[in-house]
Design a protein around this ligand. Structure first.
Ligand code: AMP
Length: 288
């Protein structure tokens, strides 16, 4: 298990070796960071493959960050499969897996210093999970400072997270650029998630209503926001096992709900509980 200084040293060593040898000697090697919470699936591996295309040194972090879990959430039961994760990453080919303990990341206990996500951080996922995005941004900030990447890779699956990380990188003058990878789905549409393994077969079948609802909304988006929402509700509300938390159409520029007469690009966000498993998904809409 590497400590923070060991990670910094290892990456510096990898950078130095690459800069001295090989066909790109003399060039500054590019480091790409893929932050994850582990329990890796094909969605995560798509991010890692993209990272491989973008840089010379790929670092994957695996850390179930206590700061972004509220009281009563699934921190303790969140799936942890480190051995399998390392094997899967080895098969794709990464240069470093950084899987710190809580003690390594927060040696003095949860840090008093936090990054604040601002108003958008209190909406949607942030309304259901107060403090979640402050905790997420704080650990992303720490990981960037430890790893020193040129690029950080995130999945579109967590669209609000992407919006807030982009805002943090710009607002706080971070160096890395963000790369966003499209959502990877199962056959049948369900977005891959580490939490899907908690679903019984009947729940998994019901959960497909979320992606089906988004697809239905996208297909009628040329008729406007109300029609898109109605199309999604029709499928999602028909599933008794799916307890809808929110279904909203947001403006990609502001991440605020769109006005009823909004035209142009938008994003529909959905969150629901299926049993005790919280699922989220989203899709781009072209509102006409
Ligand atoms: P997590 O381990 O859930 O924190 O996710 C780590 C990264 O993988 C985040 O950037 C997620 O958005 C991304 N991710 C998770 N599921 C998917 C998926 N189905 N498709 C694409 N990216 C994903």
């Amino acid at each position: 298990m590497l400590t923070t200084p060991e990670v910094i040293d290892t990456i510096a060593g990898l950078r130095a070796r690459l800069a001295e040898t090989g066909e790109r000697a003399g060039e500054r090697p590019r480091v790409v960071l893929v932050p994850t919470m582990g329990a890796l699936h094909a969605g995560h591996l798509a991010l890692v493959r993209r990272a491989r295309q973008l840089g010379d040194i790929v670092v994957v972090s695996i850390f179930v960050n206590p700061l972004q879990f509220g009281a009563g959430e699934d921190l303790a039961s969140y799936p942890r499969t480190l051995g399998e994760d390392v094997a899967a990453l080895g098969a794709v080919g990464v240069d470093l897996v950084f899987a710190p303990t809580g003690q390594v990341m927060y040696p003095h206990g949860p840090s008093a210093t936090r990054v604040t996500a601002g108003p958008v951080g209190t909406l949607y996922e942030g309304a259901a999970r107060p403090g979640h995005f402050d905790g997420m941004l704080t650990v992303v900030c720490k990981l960037i400072n430890i790893v020193g990447p040129d690029v950080v890779v995130f999945g579109e699956k967590d669209a609000q997270q992407v919006f807030l990380v982009e805002a943090m990188l710009e607002d706080l003058d971070f160096r890395p650029v963000i790369e966003v990878v499209p959502i990877v789905r199962e056959q049948g549409g369900l977005a891959l998630s580490s939490r899907n393994r908690n679903l019984a077969e009947e729940q998994r079948a019901a959960a497909r209503a979320l992606s089906a609802g988004l697809a239905a909304a996208a297909s009628v988006a040329d008729r406007g926001t109300a029609a898109a929402l109605q199309a999604a509700h029709a499928l999602i509300d028909a599933q008794p096992l799916v307890k809808l938390d929110y279904l909203v159409v947001v403006d990609p520029q502001t991440f605020l709900p769109v006005a009823a007469d909004h035209h142009g690009p938008a994003r529909m966000l959905v969150a629901a509980l299926v049993g005790s498993t919280r699922l989220i998904d989203n899709a781009a809409l072209d509102l006409n």
